[in-house]
Design a binder for this molecule. Structure first.
Ligand code: ATP
Ligand code: MG
Length: 418
């Protein structure tokens, strides 16, 4: 046998066992997004590296050490997308989507980050991103949160919503100075990661997942004390609206995001995973990004669900892909079985035919595993046996098989409905 070729670390296939759940969740998400008037945008996986350096930020973890960057054959630096917002804005500017109009957009697909693979953290993972443009007030933030909240409720996903405001770029700059001063005064208490971040991206120090940092961070200045009146009013209007709408949330003064483009509201839905908190979905307002990437100033807000983490929390979804009918057949009658299966499918049924030429016994085993409600056994050139819900419905000529199966399934459905 030839040597096997291993897949890339942290990059895996989604197997048939899981695709049914994913597809059911995606279908539900599509209908919820449509209910809120969001339109799909399909974005490329490749962008110029410069886009992420400028949008996400040169000194973020993503750009500093997580991107898959390479030179293409023309010597141009390209990167596999580590997130979707930058590409969405880039594509929207190019297509003129933000000119004096509002946009409600969503996308779904793989993202790539060179991180250390572990549970819930992969090198290729999937995000469902939702972005809204041209709306300045907190109402659109409330709408996005309602949308996310509805999706999670419908799927039985248990999370907590954490929120904070980072204010305007000016508020952030003032806060940043105060934070750096404090952290420098406590330099000996900082771990290696935080020491590095302190110089380059101090807000990110607050995001440290090291429990030993908790004490020093607890004493750090809080951004809430540095918001100007407008930023404070904006955040208060949002939290008031959410309270009126009955959405539960917690204001967490230390919540920041790892990407540079956020201003004002940031939020995160987290799940409790064996004591540790993991972010399932994260987002916020990024009013500066469209202009930063060469478009006209445009209000913007969005979030992204990490689908691998999200799927692990889904408790309510019906992803039944069992066939309605399983057809067992000796190899010699395979062609007739195919013809019968086509007629059954013409009647709207889902049909699986055993075409592997196995013994009657192993075919029956496979038929039962398939959880098909009805089994058709090809006997000989004349007749087939129909079995429905374990009950023998009789031996019938091939030509009567469709009618017999359909009747048996109808009777069973009526019985099940009672
Ligand atoms: P974390 O703090 O866990 O590294 P992040 O702040 O880097 O997350 P975002 O860039 O905000 O994450 O991405 C949004 C969501 O995408 C996250 O909340 C998470 O659910 C998911 N996500 C991010 N990185 C990964 C990864 N490497 N593997 C799987 N899911 C991921
Ligand atoms: Mg990360």
């Amino acid at each position: 046998m030839n040597r096997q070729i291993a897949g890339v670390r942290g990059v895996s296939a989604l197997l048939p066992h899981d695709t049914a759940t994913w597809a059911a969740v995606e279908d539900l998400a599509r209908s919820v997004l449509a209910a809120y008037g969001y339109a799909e945008i399909r974005l490329p996986v490749l962008e110029r590296t410069e886009l992420y350096a400028r949008a996400v930020g040169e000194v973020t973890d993503i750009v500093e050490k997580e991107m898959y960057t390479f030179l293409d054959r023309n010597g141009e630096s390209l990167s596999l997308r580590p997130e979707g917002t930058a590409g969405c804005v880039r594509a929207g500017i190019e297509a003129g989507l933000f000119h004096n109009q509002t946009q409600r957009l969503w996308y779904q697909g793989p993202m790539f980050r060179h991180e250390r693979p572990q549970k819930g953290r992969y090198r290729q993972f999937h995000q469902l991103g939702v972005e809204a443009y041209g709306m300045r007030g907190p109402e659109i933030e409330a709408e996005l949160i309602l949308l996310g909240d509805r999706l999670m409720r419908m799927l039985g996903v248990k999370t907590r919503l954490l929120m904070n405001s980072l204010g305007t770029a000016a508020c952030r700059a003032r806060y940043r100075d105060a934070l750096v001063q404090y952290l420098e005064a406590h330099a000996s208490a900082l771990d290696e990661d935080s020491t590095r971040r302190l110089q380059r991206n101090p807000l990110r120090v607050l995001d440290s997942k090291n429990p030993e940092m908790a004490e020093v961070l607890a004493g750090a200045p809080q951004i809430g004390d540095y918001l100007n009146a407008d930023a404070q009013a904006h955040f208060e209007r949002l939290t008031d609206q959410l309270s009126v709408l009955g959405v539960r949330f917690e204001v967490v003064p230390r919540l920041v995001r790892g990407l540079d483009y956020y201003t004002h509201t940031v939020f995160e839905w987290v799940s409790e995973d064996g004591g540790a908190q993991t972010a399932v979905c994260a987002g916020g307002r990024y009013d500066g990004l469209v202009a930063e990437l060469g478009g006209a100033p445009t209000a913007a807000v969005g979030f992204a669900i990490g689908l691998e983490r999200f799927m692990g929390l889904v408790t309510k979804v019906s992803a039944d892909q069992a066939p309605d009918v399983f057809v067992m057949t000796p190899a010699a009658l395979g062609a007739s079985a195919l013809v019968l299966a086509e007629s059954l499918r013409n009647n709207g049924l889902r049909v699986e035919v055993h075409l592997a030429g196995a013994s009657q016994k192993s075919q029956m085993k496979r038929a039962q595993e398939s959880r098909a409600r009805c089994i058709v056994q090809a006997q000989d050139e004349e007749a087939v046996v129909v079995i429905c819900a374990g009950r023998n419905e009789g031996t019938v000529p091939w030509t009567d098989a469709v009618t017999r199966v359909t009747k048996a399934l109808e009777a069973k459905t009526k019985h099940d409905d009672k």
